[in-house]
Design a protein around this ligand. Structure first.
Ligand SMILES: C[S@@+](CC[C@H](N)C(=O)[O-])C[C@H]1O[C@@H](n2cnc3c(N)ncnc32)[C@H](O)[C@@H]1O
Length: 478
């Protein structure tokens, strides 16, 4: 055994010498153009990175043809019938990305590219026992050597390409929101000089992307959509996107849509039961309303932006929602509650005398975080004028009120502000952190049942007739 091993080691060193002297005979170095030879790198950590090309100035163009580079990689050539055997012996030593290539000179041959950090073309020992045995058994000793691999624009990721193009000190954009065929960026001031190139690279590197836009200035104050400019691709802002199996179509330049809210939409819809009543006060294009209706809730949804309303209606159809389960409105939130919702609550309370589902619950969704707390002023005395005999049948709505807080104790801050508008304490409120929208600014959702004295505009003692059963039981908000 010891003898065999010594023999093997002797053999290795002989082979090593052979390979060293023959290295340049392998895989046709003659076919590499002189200009590319000058760019050869070997065994350096960043040999796989693109060449460093600097965009000289504002408006610097993206020239994809400049992204060419040839590197030398250790490799083994073999008859393609041996592919499986070769992979078995050498796969652990191969490069991670596309290790198996066609031979440029012989259609019957394949080339396995090896990781230059593990294998050195002038040292056969670096192939390891399995690799050497493979070479020996198939007489492939002369086919181990350097392989000139040409890398081009399509071989690098957007991050690598942009890193090579943007000057030092300008960070590569780390991400973007994807809305159907649109990428939405929020570039930093120092990146703006390179905005078109950034847009083009992202479009090249993300299949299906046809439009790249950048947020300009602040969000539109009233309807919450972003002002944006086109960076690359076609100027088509009408897009279709999916959220948890539901399709939404809209004009991204005219309505609010934020893919970062998808988890929140699902969380709220997850709290709803079939048969629940849902009033969506700031419905947008329907990311709460559509899945809620699809789940079997009775939905009334409104948005003041005529464009949102138009697409909300479109999305009801697109998702084949039974028109009996959803009604849509183009109203101001307060008007929606004071008129439509009020009437609906009263009608349902009156009907509860004959039909009553004890599990049915009523929800009001208020996703306009910058203002929703102020809009809570619609609830005090909303049902003051209804007969006391009907009050016991009103399902007190659970409100899901979105808001922002910049305070250290965000939960206390939002609860205090809500109670101030209602002039009443809210028991059992559930405060949920939705996301950080900026450093020290949290978006939250507070779910609570509107207290009976608030909605009926009277003291607890005067709420119900003496003969009446106690009001709706206190129930969970989640
Ligand atoms: C933050 S977006 C939320 C949209 C949708 N609910 C979502 O989760 O994506 C707020 C929506 O409120 C609408 N809006 C703004 N002011 C309004 C008002 N006074 N009454 C009704 N809707 C309003 C905007 O048009 C926008 O669609």
């Amino acid at each position: 055994m010891a003898f065999c091993l010594t023999l093997r080691m002797k053999c290795f060193s002989q082979l090593t010498r052979i390979y060293s002297s023959n290295a340049s005979n392998f895989v046709g170095l003659h076919c590499i153009p002189a200009i590319a030879m000058a760019t050869f790198q070997k065994n350096t950590g960043d040999m796989f990175l693109p060449p460093v090309l600097t965009l000289a100035d504002e408006g610097g163009m993206l020239n994809r043809d400049l992204f060419v580079k040839t590197i030398l990689l250790p490799a083994v050539r073999f008859n393609k019938k041996l592919t499986n055997t070769c992979l078995k012996a050498l796969k652990p030593k191969a490069v991670a990305h596309k290790p198996l290539r066609n031979s440029p000179s012989d259609p019957e041959e394949k080339v396995l590219l090896l990781n230059p950090e593990i294998v050195s073309s002038d040292n056969v020992i670096s192939l390891g026992e399995a690799g050497i045995t493979f070479l020996e058994e198939h007489n492939l000793e002369s086919k181990f050597g350097d392989f000139p691999l040409e890398l081009k624009y399509s071989d690098w990721t957007s991050d690598e390409v942009l890193r090579s193009l943007l000057p030092k000190g300008v960070e590569v954009p780390t991400g973007f929101s994807r809305i159907g065929h649109i990428a939405h960026l929020n570039l930093r001031p120092e990146q703006l000089k390179y905005k078109h190139v950034i847009g083009e690279v992202l479009m090249d590197k993300n299949p299906g992307l046809k439009t790249v836009v950048n947020k300009t200035g602040e969000i539109n104050n009233e309807f919450r959509f972003f002002n944006m400019e086109l960076l690359a691709g076609e100027n088509n802002m009408i897009t279709t996107t999916k959220e948890h199996g539901h399709s939404f179509e809209f004009d991204f330049s005219k309505v609010y849509w934020n893919p970062r809210l998808s988890t929140e939409h699902t969380r709220i819809v997850g709290m709803l039961n079939k048969g629940d009543i849902v009033y969506d006060m700031f419905a947008g294009v329907g990311p709460f309303a559509v899945p809620a209706a699809k789940k079997g809730c009775s939905v009334l949804a409104s948005d003041l932006n005529p464009e949102s309303f138009k697409w909300l209606e479109r999305n009801v159809k697109l998702n084949k929602i039974n028109t009996g389960s959803i009604r849509t409105y183009n109203l101001d939130g307060r008007e929606f509650i004071r008129d439509i919702v009020r009437k609906d609550l009263v009608k349902r309370a009156e009907e509860q005398n004959t039909c009553c589902d004890p599990h049915q619950r009523t929800h009001v969704i208020m996703n306009l975080p910058s203002l929703a707390i102020e809009f809570l002023d619609v609830f005090p005395s909303l049902l003051q004028s209804i007969p006391t005999g009907v009050r016991g049948h009103v399902q007190l709505p659970t409100v899901h009120c979105y808001c922002f807080s910049k305070e250290v104790d965000t939960a206390s801050d939002v609860l205090r502000r809500i109670e101030a508008v209602l002039s009443h304490s809210i028991e059992g409120a559930l405060v949920h952190d939705v996301r950080d929208v900026a450093p020290n600014k949290e978006m939250m959702c507070v779910s609570f049942k509107v207290p009976a004295p608030v909605i009926f505009g009277c003291s607890t003692e005067d709420l119900y007739e003496a003969t009446e059963a106690p009001p709706v039981k206190k129930s969970r908000t989640e």
